[in-house]
Design a protein around this ligand. Structure first.
Ligand SMILES: [Zn+2]
Length: 302
């Protein structure tokens, strides 16, 4: 099987799975815009792959009704998610394969969301970059990342035929971590603070959702407008020693009330670990910060 054949098979599988399970959510009236728009889009277009290289992740051809993804990117995502699965001790088998498939689902929903976010063509990226320098794209990306993680967690629930809400949140937290892996290992983030902010924000979101499922989240410390589905964008920790983030939701606000400086080099460790293995370190540094700012209950001393 060539790389293109493999990528095409994966893209076709992902498209069918996403359409099926988002469709089921729509029947239960659990699907609002913009995920509903993705369902409609998947009915209208055919997903395919291209072996051509280029900067844009996908090419929408409205005349032909196709969306082409780059075979090389699909391959890189499979490689990185396989590597991550190994890092987490998954043996080769169904669970490891499923993690890889989930990464492809995530990537595709993320890109399709860009179409419903009204920037369907690469040409528009330039206008956004110029018109809202530095943060225009990360804001759109983190919103697409968060929502695609939510969609993919729901797809997993459909595949598993489960309705358990805690299981859904666990999948969602895992999907946010996978979105971090795609955002920081498949695509390079070296030397780009805004890309680091976007990537590490996903780790913080995943840790907050994890704390929610474990009953260790201290909601009083958080902005009332924050929900587990809120996209957040952490501050640039090259520039400040205070840990906080902007909640980019219906009414944007700051994630934390407190503006305390983080002692020692904890913020630096977290910041500098972006896009580096082992992933567990990044999660550990993030978890320690959330405990020290009072957002999550600390582990009991043993
Ligand atoms: Zn994007």
């Amino acid at each position: 099987m060539t790389d293109e054949d493999l990528a095409l098979a994966e893209v076709a599988r992902a498209g069918a799975e996403i359409r099926t399970y988002l469709g089921r959510m729509a029947i239960r009236e659990q699907l609002a815009y913009p995920l509903m728009a993705i369902c409609t889009l998947l009915d209208r277009v055919r997903l395919c792959v291209t072996k051509e290289k280029g900067d844009n992740a996908f090419i929408l051809n409205e005349q032909e009704g196709t969306i082409a993804f780059r075979a090389r990117t699909i391959k890189r995502i499979l490689q990185e998610s396989d590597r991550l699965a190994g890092e987490f001790g998954y043996e080769p088998g169904y669970d490891r394969l499923r993690l890889m498939q989930m990464s492809i689902n995530l990537f595709i929903v993320h890109e399709l969301l860009h179409i419903s976010q009204n920037f369907p063509h690469f040409a528009s990226v330039e206008h956004i970059k110029n018109g809202l320098p530095v943060y225009g794209l990360p804001i759109l990306d983190i919103a697409a990342d968060t929502l695609s993680a939510w969609a993919c967690a729901n797809v997993e629930m459909g595949v598993m035929e489960s309705d358990d809400q805690t299981t859904l949140l666990r999948w969602y937290s895992n999907a946010l971590i996978l979105a971090y892996v795609i955002g920081s290992f498949v695509f390079s983030i070296e030397n780009s603070p805004p890309k680091k902010q976007r990537a590490l924000s996903l780790v913080i979101s995943a840790l907050l959702v994890q704390a929610l499922t474990e009953g260790t989240l201290l909601r009083d410390a958080l902005y009332e407008g924050w929900t587990e589905l809120s996209p957040i964008l952490i501050l640039n920790f090259d520039q400040t020693n205070v840990f906080n983030a902007i909640v980019i939701d219906r009414t944007p606000g700051m994630l934390l009330r407190s503006y305390q400086e983080i002692p020692g080099n904890e913020l630096d460790l977290f910041w500098n670990s972006a896009g580096k293995s082992p992933l567990f370190d990044t999660m550990e540094f993030g978890a320690r910060i959330l405990v020290s700012v009072g957002a999550v209950k600390g582990a009991k001393a043993t």
